[in-house]
Design a protein around this ligand. Structure first.
Ligand SMILES: [Zn+2]
Length: 686
């Protein structure tokens, strides 16, 4: 590992922040914090922290000695000075004399001593930084150091590699206890350049930002060099079936297995989103004959547990053509995982006199021999974090096994970390949105109604896949929504592109829960004279298009076994034909029947099928020219034409989107048609 310190860049940071009124110490602290944070071998997703002791004016202008320490959960790669809240140092140092200090008390004291009362909470490792006398203190969970010391003889290995230059702190959970212990180790030998924390990570110290940073690089490099020497070969591969089923067939089965029925609401499930990874290193790990031993050892550093839980679910290799067997085994394995987690919770909560509330017991990482690993989360973002951490952890364990035997902290320590209120705070306390964990496909998403629907479902917390024949339009819509929203080019008139589009969604998210089948094209013509080719073309899009989308969705939903929801845009034409609109209305009427057929045939699978019958909505099918032409033909103003209904209100794409969302949330409603037309007795269902 090489130092990435560049004098010119450091100076540029100093100059830049000086203009913003930030002192040199803090500017350089930001510079090297980013250098550390941008290297995934050192820091991942909010792990690690840094600090600087400096002097700044407080809010009334009095010069004050402070500790600027990374805010809890902040991202080091992109940190700004505001991400390193300043706390009065004298108050923190005083705490060293206490015998015990509760987490709540620590949080109260640090908040009371923040220079800016609106600043974020400082890192949970604040006191360790405060108790060291050095100006700059850097802390990472560097993978190479973890491979070296996540071993039963981690202390000996650290002594061999660091030769007295680093202190060694036996495992203690982060917080006040660890800070006191680390301070004791440092005070026993004030010459050390940093501390190795057994089964946790590394601290380095410096009088300057550069010194602390470059010590980190040097110490991690020494660990890397040791890992490169005297390696055992890892891992011996297990016997795999000759043909492994593709991930797109396997994922929905696993996603169903890793879901939980909501005990409070009949028909509701707790679902997770998937993020799949594979590489030669991942396959070498998951295909090992001994994977059930080394993968189940526990986390490589304690703060991973909030993202990955303590251990992954391992399933059988999925043999092509034998997915029914795979599904049975995978469900049993997931059930066992859940039961074990619940037992682990109950066992350890006893020590806490029943004070802790259980988190969901579902796995956050699944290892699939023959395929790779999957990160799981309530959102695509969380699933990606779990996958990143699992990938990094797998490398740590691989290297640990290459020089010895991987060993994690004990179960009680893992539990105390997983259920530590200060760790849970990193996950945020916002209430979950109603469609969190669900995957929604929307066809015709490049259009006005499709786009409004995509926005509505994204707002309800779902992951969104937008399908449209117009790729540019749908890419732009996905960008507007942001996050993990994906754009897929799909022509519903072409069975192959529909199939391929569903494969892409399953590969991206793990499955499909809700489909809004909205794509349509309006053809016109007097029914007695219309060319049969036109009628057939319209049926291809306005009937078979819906059928193909629904058929592909139902296949995935049944593999998952957690129900699902099909929603169709049938339009007013399905119920109340308009003059010369036969070529459009006829297939739409067939689609209305299709809605009911799906409701009937798949109700027992928990799959609901509903439709929205909307009318006179500004969209690609009713554009400005058509509105001008039709309102003129009726002798009406455009406004009166658009609001020509019982309520005299114009119906918008957002109204249609809200109707779809409502149907998606109504778990006891199927075979329903919701009318969104401002009132039109001739089009009323009877
Ligand atoms: Zn740490």
């Amino acid at each position: 590992m090489k130092s990435r310190w560049v004098d010119a860049d450091a100076q540029a940071a100093v100059d830049h922040y000086e203009k913003l009124g930030v002192g040199n110490d803090l500017a350089l602290r930001v510079y090297t914090t980013r250098l550390l944070g941008q290297d995934p071998q050192l820091v991942l997703h909010g792990g690690g922290n840094t600090s600087v002791k400096t002097r700044i004016p407080d809010l009334v202008g009095d010069e004050t000695e402070v500790l600027c320490v990374k805010g809890s959960g902040a991202d080091m790669a992109t940190i700004e000075p505001a991400g390193l809240p300043a706390v009065r140092l004298a108050a923190l140092k005083k705490l060293r004399a206490l015998d015990t200090l509760s987490d709540d008390e620590l949080v109260r004291i640090q908040r009371a001593n923040l220079i800016d009362p609106a600043a974020p909470n400082p890192s949970v490792e604040i006191l360790l930084h405060a108790f060291m006398p050095h100006t700059f203190v850097d802390h990472t969970h560097a993978g190479a150091v973890l491979s070296l010391v996540d071993q039963p003889n981690g202390a000996e290995l650290a002594a061999e590699v660091y030769n007295g230059r680093m202190g060694f702190v036996p495992y203690v959970m982060p917080g006040f206890g660890l800070a006191k212990k680390a301070a004791g180790v440092y005070e026993a030998n004030r010459d050390v350049e940093g501390l190795i924390l057994h089964k946790h990570g590394i601290f380095t110290f410096g009088a300057s930002a550069r010194e602390a940073y470059e010590r980190m690089i040097e110490m991690v490099t020494r660990a890397e060099e040791r890992l490169a020497r005297r390696r055992n070969s890892v891992f011996v591969a297990c016997e795999l079936p000759e043909r492994i089923a593709p991930y797109s067939e396997v994922a929905p089965i696993l996603r169903g297995a890793c879901s939980l029925k909501d005990p409070m609401v009949e028909g509701a499930w707790r679902r997770l989103i998937f993020d799949f990874r594979t590489s030669s290193a991942i396959l070498n790990y998951v295909n090992g004959a001994d994977v059930m031993r080394y993968s189940q050892g526990g986390v490589v550093t304690p703060d991973h547990t909030i993202w990955t839980k303590n251990r992954p679910l391992v399933v059988q290799p999925p043999e092509d053509g034998k997915l029914a067997d795979f599904a049975r085994d995978a469900r049993a394995a997931a059930r066992t995982f859940v039961e074990r987690y619940q037992a682990y919770f109950a066992r350890n909560n006893e020590r806490w006199e029943g004070k802790k509330r259980p988190l969901d017991p579902l796995p956050r990482v699944v290892l699939v021999p023959g395929l790779g690993l999957i990160g799981l989360g309530r959102s695509k973002r969380d699933a990606g974090i779990a996958a990143d951490i699992a990938e990094a952890a797998l490398k740590v364990v691989t290297d640990a096994e290459a020089i010895g035997r991987f060993e994690s902290i004990g179960e009680a320590d893992m539990f105390d970390m997983e259920y530590w209120s200060l760790e849970q705070a990193k996950l945020g306390s916002e209430p979950e949105k109603p469609l969190a964990g669900q995957v929604v496909v929307i066809t015709g998403a490049g259009g006005v109604i499709g786009a409004a629907t995509a926005r509505a479902f994204a707002g309800a917390g779902a992951e969104i896949a937008l399908f449209d024949i117009d790729e540019r339009a749908v890419v732009a819509r996905a960008k507007e929504i942001g996050g993990a929203a994906m754009a897929v080019k799909c022509d519903v008139a072409d069975p192959a592109t529909v199939r391929a589009a569903f494969v892409r969604v399953v590969e991206a998210f793990g499955g499909v829960d809700i489909v809004v089948s909205n794509a349509g094209i309006a053809w016109m013509g007097l029914i007695g004279e219309v060319d049969e080719a036109v009628l057939k073309q319209s049926f291809e899009v306005n009937f078979y298009g819906h059928q193909r989308v629904a058929q592909n969705a139902v296949k995935v939903m049944r593999q998952q076994g957690t129900g699902g929801c099909l929603l169709f845009n049938v339009s007013k034409q399905a119920i109340n034909p308009g003059p010369r609109f036969g070529p459009y209305g006829l297939p739409k009427a067939a689609t209305l029947f299709l809605v009911r057929q799906y409701a009937l045939d798949y109700g027992a699978d928990g799959i609901r099928s509903n439709a929205v019958n909307a009318d006179r909505v500004r969209s690609g099918l009713l554009n400005a020219d058509m509105i001008a032409e039709r309102s003129a033909a009726r002798g009406l103003s455009e406004r009166d034409y658009m609001a020509g209904n019982l309520l005299q209100r114009e119906v918008t794409a957002e109204d249609v989107a809200q109707a779809f969302l409502h149907q998606a949330l109504e778990l006891k409603t199927t075979g329903d048609v919701t009318t969104v037309d401002g009132g039109n007795i001739a089009a009323a269902l009877r």
